[in-house]
Design a protein around this ligand. Structure first.
Ligand code: AMP
Length: 111
């Protein structure tokens, strides 16, 4: 784990996270600055910086399976899943994460 990775620190319990769901592979926690009534981040416990850096496709399967299961646990039927890749796309934490956004109607296109 990179020493300076915020989300690795949340996985390790060094920084508190408001947990929504957890398995041996996945952690889901509520975003600290929610953009919707439900805004949860789903991360893989294996560090990878982003979509473009991920070489093991199983990580994508684990991550999206975690999204599906977390959304179900939260009682969401309609929601948006966002993975920002790169700073220009809005990525600010370089530990790959899927945003689950729901609980209100969502507009398209995103900004
Ligand atoms: P992104 O901009 O796609 O990299 O998403 C990073 C997300 O992490 C943002 O929505 C932040 O609000 C969120 N975030 C940053 N620090 C924390 C934290 N300590 N706990 C929960 N969410 C965080």
């Amino acid at each position: 784990m990179p020493a300076d990775c915020l989300f690795c620190k949340i996985i390790a319990g060094e920084i508190p996270g408001n947990k929504a769901a957890e398995t041996d592979k996945i952690l889901a926690f509520h975003d600290i600055a929610p953009q919707a009534p439900v805004h949860v981040l789903v991360i893989h416990k294996q560090h990878t910086p982003g979509v473009a850096d991920t070489t093991d496709n199983a990580i994508f399967g684990d991550l999206l399976g975690g999204v599906r299961d977390t959304a179900k646990q939260l009682g969401l039927s309609d929601y948006r899943v966002v993975l920002n890749n790169g700073a220009e796309a809005g990525q600010s934490v370089f530990h790959m994460h899927a945003h689950i956004l729901g609980g209100r109607p969502l507009k398209w296109p995103p900004g």
